[in-house]
Design a protein. Structure first.
Length: 401
């Protein structure tokens, strides 16, 4: 267990058809009230704000991954220049780096998701508006870097139907092949694009779930068995749902309704815990709470929903990672305080834990995404809507003696 005593926060500012037969299982879950744990507050004795590059309306909808060299890479959207960018950090603390323009287009490339391929090179799934002035004409694209620094690369268009590719989430699947979950806004479906090879020279788009308006804010992870699992929000019923694939290419699978209380399950973020079971952080829109669904098995046939934080309007843009102790760590935005916060669980099932504010407020710290660095500490990238920049935050949690 890690102590949260004398915690340091360092902040750097950067730029800005699956088979036709589907089964749906509805679970009866238990909401566990949050347990208050007395843990000393963060000591923000080392907060560094370094402006590396400022671009108006840059740094939107960021996504973060850790390279094979231990250095973060961050995809983000520059709204002013309507471009997809990738910030390559020179070190693990991102004290310096290079902001690369990957794709410049007529319209928007707002939502992106970055992962590191088996070859050590970044790949970025993103949502493209093809022609400016035609807001219905969107594609799902994948940018494949030629090297770890992404000095060059190739943009591949994967799916071209109207309104496809929204809220993409990328993971590296079986054999090093990318898989991308996304939302088809025209048909209101959850879909999954499965690449046939690491360069995605070919692939198949699978329609996973069509009942209701499903697939919002999708998040994909690869189970220990090599099969994708996709958390998503059912906007028709206000439910948190999980689609569990039966195989690596997701030719069949089961959609499971996890939580139905009020309008819940927004901004889901799924990871695979150390025990091989999915864990999903999400936002309860009705109660304005940060919640965590902990599956009891790999297929999530049963599980428990936990309210982690309920004071104020908390849990927006929740993002989940597993630390080196196997415990969930969640970053999120506190709308009441306009503040970036983090919730650190004390065990793998999050039976107890504590939140901490990271000292960023006033519309600074929105849209956060979290990862665990090679040193075991959480790192978070978020958006400063005032300055149009990315904010890189490193949270140092001292290990147990």
């Amino acid at each position: 267990m890690r102590k949260l005593i004398e915690t340091l926060v360092c902040v750097t500012i950067l730029t800005g058809a699956c088979g036709n037969t589907r089964t749906s299982i509805t679970l009866t879950t238990t909401i566990t009230a949050p347990t208050t744990t007395v843990i000393s507050t963060f000591s923000v004795s080392a907060t560094h704000h370094t402006s590396l590059e400022i671009t108006d309306a840059g740094g939107k909808w960021p996504s973060i991954a850790i390279g094979d060299d231990g250095n973060p890479v961050i995809s983000h959207y520059d709204a002013t220049n309507q471009s997809l960018k990738l910030y390559i950090c020179d070190d693990s603390q991102c004290s310096t780096g290079t902001n690369r323009v990957l794709e410049v287009i007529d319209g928007a490339s707002s939502f992106s998701s970055v992962a590191i391929g088996d070859d050590g090179n970044p790949v970025i799934a993103h949502h493209d508006q093809v022609v400016e002035g035609r807001p219905w004409d969107f594609h799902l694209d994948l940018y494949i870097c030629d090297d770890s620094k992404c000095s060059a690369g190739t943009n591949v268009t994967l799916e071209t139907g109207d309104f496809v590719g929204k809220f993409p989430s990328l993971a590296i699947g079986h054999g090093g092949n990318p898989v991308i979950s996304h939302y088809d806004a025209l048909h209101q479906d959850l879909e999954l694009y499965v690449c046939d090879d690491s360069k995605c020279s070919a692939g198949t788009n699978m329609t996973l779930e069509t009942i209701g308006d499903v697939g919002y804010f999708s998040s994909v992870a690869i189970g220990d068995n090599g099969n994708p699992v996709i958390a998503h929000h059912d906007d028709s019923y206000g439910d948190l749902e999980l689609y569990v694939c039966d195989n690596a290419v997701c030719s069949t699978g089961t959609n499971t309704v996890l939580e139905t209380t009020a309008d819940t399950g927004k901004w889901p973020s799924v990871v695979i815990g150390d025990g091989g079971n999915p864990i999903i952080a999400h936002y309860d829109y009705t109660e304005h709470d940060l919640e965590l669904y902990v599956c009891a098995d790999a297929a999530c046939l049963t599980g428990t929903n936990k309210v982690l934080e309920s004071l104020g309007d908390v849990g927006n843009y929740s993002s989940l990672a597993i630390d080196n102790d196997g415990n969930p760590v969640v970053s999120y935005y506190n709308v009441s305080n306009l503040n970036l916060e983090i919730y650190v669980c004390n065990d793998s099932k999050c039976s107890t834990g504590a939140k901490r504010s990271l000292g960023l407020s006033g519309n600074i710290g929105a849209l956060p995404k979290i990862a665990i660095s090679d040193t075991g500490n959480p790192i978070i990238v978020s958006h400063n809507s005032k300055a149009g920049t990315l904010i890189f935050t490193k949270v140092e949690i001292p290990p147990n003696p």
